[in-house]
Ligand binder design. Structure first.
Ligand SMILES: NC(=O)c1ccc[n+]([C@@H]2O[C@H](COP(=O)([O-])OP(=O)(O)OC[C@H]3O[C@@H](n4cnc5c(N)ncnc54)[C@H](OP(=O)(O)O)[C@@H]3O)[C@@H](O)[C@H]2O)c1
Length: 299
């Protein structure tokens, strides 16, 4: 698989990465997680992203592939050690959370620790960033990053204190392309695209309930009516993924799944490389025509 240098870090990453939220939130068994992660590594993938609050995700990953630790770059996040929605940005709990992640992931050091979608106010205060800098100085992580969207992501980039940015980029989420990615490129930041296939939200035939994670993307895609979404599912997913990986400045796209066979499928679809410029431009033009001002980057 192709490798891309993750901004000014020394990491050479595969464009297809593993997003670790689904295995945690969907409660997959250790057996399935082990098959899934090994299948991903066997498919050539070398990026594994998780977080402190994705239920058992870190533990599942540690048990599944810590024996193959040299084959992949390992990223996690901090700020919600007691679960999503119960955030804590004080330095001591952040450092404690990193120590816990190391234990769960069965490793001595992480490649990247990211602040997990804190507000711009928290970033401006500075001590959460300082906690990550301490972790890096202590050798607990090689690099530090911010994971989030909108004005906070832009502030994170402009602060110059992070090595990487993880941000939503997909056919249904293009705010970052104008607001954040041009500055991130100028600054030489590594960029990790989250939610890169827009949760394949168009799979749902009927409108998902208001509480559903993929509801916003489902509604946007309904309005966008991209022609390629009418293709068979595998082809449409391939176009969506290739779109994200054709965005200038994006280095890797972390796709979530609970199904071991996905990795081969998604890796195979990337062999075709970047989207032809005409197809890419058509998706961008449609977004510019239809997207409403309220269509911001989804955390
Ligand atoms: N604030 C943050 O930091 C933040 C927020 C959100 C996400 N993230 C990160 O981004 C990662 C990815 O986000 P995500 O999982 O929400 O979104 P995603 O990768 O855009 O979508 C995942 C969905 O796509 C489906 N899928 C993947 N490949 C497919 C294929 N070839 N054909 C059909 N369906 C396919 C999966 O279903 P199946 O299970 O059926 O394969 C899954 O439901 C997360 O795991 C997490 O690491 C970070």
């Amino acid at each position: 698989m192709e490798r891309r240098r993750l901004g000014r870090t020394a990491l050479e990453v595969t464009p297809l990465g593993f997003g670790g939220s689904e295995i945690g939130y969907e409660g997959v068994s250790q057996g399935v997680a082990t098959r899934l992660l090994n299948a991903a590594l066997d498919a050539g993938l070398n990026v594994v992203d998780t977080a402190e609050c994705y239920a058992d995700s870190e533990t599942l990953i540690g048990r599944a592939v810590s024996g193959r630790r040299r084959e992949f770059h390992l990223f996690t996040k901090v700020g919600h050690a007691d679960g999503w929605g119960r955030d804590d940005w004080r330095p001591a709990p952040i450092l404690k959370s990193i120590e816990r992640s190391l234990e769960r992931l069965r490793t001595d050091a992480l490649d990247l620790v990211q602040l997990h979608s804190c507000s711009e106010g928290v970033l401006k205060k500075g001590d959460a960033i300082a906690a990550l800098e301490t972790a890096r100085a202590r050798g607990l992580t090689r690099y530090i990053g911010y994971s989030g969207d909108g004005a906070a992501a832009r502030y994170a980039v402009e602060s110059g204190r992070f090595d990487t940015l993880q941000i939503s980029v997909s056919v249904a989420d293009q705010e970052a392309l104008d607001l954040v990615l041009p500055v991130a490129r100028e600054r030489g930041m590594g960029v990790i695209a989250k939610r890169p296939v827009a949760n394949v939200a168009w799979r749902s035939r009927s409108r998902p309930p208001a509480s559903a994670y993929h509801r916003t993307y489902w509604e946007r895609l309904r309005a966008l009516e991209y022609g390629f979404l009418a293709a068979p599912l595998d082809e449409a997913v391939a176009t969506a993924l290739r779109f994200t990986l054709s965005v200038p400045g994006v280095h890797t796209a972390i796709v979530g799944t609970t199904k071991p066979e996905r990795w081969k499928e998604n890796a195979a679809s990337l062999r075709a490389g970047r989207l032809p410029p005409a197809v890419f431009d058509c998706i961008r033009a449609r977004w510019r025509e239809i997207a409403e001002p309220s269509w911001d980057g989804q955390v």
